[in-house]
Write a protein that binds this ligand. Structure first.
Ligand code: MG
Length: 400
């Protein structure tokens, strides 16, 4: 993430607390919902990108259950965030534990913004609106006015007992931002008073809280159908988006060995590809194509070959990083096409597995992932089997 510091700005420093302690009981899955994939990256990772990328927010702490620390570590890999395995039994305990951790740091933030990891469609614009309204003596939360007529129900099966006037009613969302000291004091004083959001504690402690125009798309992933709806929103082109196409090209040398990874698929062979990382020439070309579509450098500028941490690295990490950059630009990957140029190995038997692997990494449907292969008629370095070349194109829909 690039983080720029505004010059001569009176802006206050905020910590962010991402609440990711949920157990996923409602989904009935072994993996909590915040770790499920959503259009190419986990729900949690998508939810925290606007915070990790914000110039006035530092640190970003992600509070998780100690039971899911490994999964969480993979979900936040390489982001400038701090993982805290301090989730409590209730959401309120989780937030309080994070605030106490922040209070014990050498430098205490001016403010804190709390966000549910299960709201992955939060935008940088919404975060900015909330931060613009929080101050030393006032909190601010994202909220949307209630649109539907509300009924109070009774009995089973339910019948209407009363109509509740919706005027003046709002649905609270997150982000919720507060001055740090007052929120910590409210959490400490009201630790045994059960509440469902931080604004409720601020209210009870007498801190004014502003309602900031939220976003209907910033809904909470609670049930499986919510995840499907979020996928659909991310997949449908935004009004006024522009399709941008990038291309990529890569070559790696063939040397004696015992196989290779091509387009993310392990292939047994009496040779291997030589390179600093796992030398997956297909995924390298594809990563460059995606970076090209958002005009954000190339694979070498994001992952310098001189950096020892990429020695032997699995190239799906490079691809995932490029997809994250697409997210930072609020773009959406629409289509990819990879061509491998080699005499051996024969690509045909592996083509479907390669498409499926790339679809799994990118979150694209299979019919938007193309893998093709050709030989070069025994001509040139590919024809002499000295190396494998790969070409790729990627189309990304970016906001106009
Ligand atoms: Mg390469």
């Amino acid at each position: 993430m690039t983080v720029s510091t505004p010059t001569a700005s009176p802006s206050r420093r905020h910590a962010a607390v991402l609440v990711a302690g949920g157990s996923g009981a409602r989904f009935g899955l072994a993996v909590p919902k915040q770790y499920l994939p959503l259009a190419g990256m986990s729900v949690l990772r998508r939810a925290l990108l606007p915070f990790a990328d914000h110039p006035d927010i530092d640190p970003v702490v992600v509070v998780v259950s100690p039971r899911h620390q490994d999964t969480a570590g993979r979900a936040v890999a390489r982001l400038p965030v701090r993982l805290l395995p301090l989730a409590g039994s209730e959401r309120q305990d989780t937030v309080r534990n994070a605030l106490e951790w922040l209070a014990a740091q050498p430098s205490v933030p001016d403010g804190v913004v709390v966000h549910d990891a299960a709201r992955p469609l939060v935008t940088a614009a919404l975060l900015d609106r909330v931060l613009a309204s929080v101050g030393p003596e006032q909190g601010a939360i994202a909220a949307v006015p209630v649109r539907d007529t509300l009924k109070r129900g009774t009995g089973d099966p339910a019948r209407i007992a009363a109509t509740v006037h919706r005027s003046g009613l709002w649905q609270a969302q997150t982000p919720q931002a507060f001055p740090f000291g007052p929120l910590l004091a409210a959490h400490r004083a009201l630790a045994t008073t059960p509440v469902t959001d931080d604004a409720a504690l601020a209210e009870q402690a007498g801190l004014p809280v502003a309602l900031v125009e939220g976003d209907a798309r910033n809904f909470k992933i609670t049930h499986t159908e919510d995840l499907a709806m979020a996928e659909a929103l991310l997949a449908s082109p935004a009004t006024g988006s522009i399709p941008c196409t990038g291309t990529g090209y890569d070559v790696h040398r063939l040397v004696p060995g015992d196989g290779m990874t091509l387009c993310g698929v392990p292939i047994r062979a009496p040779f291997r590809l030589s390179g600093h990382s796992d030398a997956d020439v297909g995924l390298h070309a594809l990563t460059d194509a995606i970076l090209g579509a958002i005009a954000d450098g190339d694979i070498g500028s994001h992952f310098p070959p001189s950096d020892p941490q990429w020695r032997g690295a699995s190239s799906d990490r490079f691809l995932s990083h490029a997809l994250e950059r697409v997210g930072v630009y609020e773009g959406r990957l629409a289509h990819i096409d990879v061509t491998l140029v080699c005499e051996r190995p024969k690509i045909g038997p592996h083509r479907q597995a390669m498409r499926e692997r790339i679809a799994a990494i990118t979150g694209l449907p299979l019919d938007r992932v193309s893998v093709k292969a050709t030989t070069s008629e025994r001509l040139g370095f590919t024809g002499r089997e000295e190396g494998i070349a790969a070409l790729a194109s990627a189309t990304v829909l970016v906001p106009a």
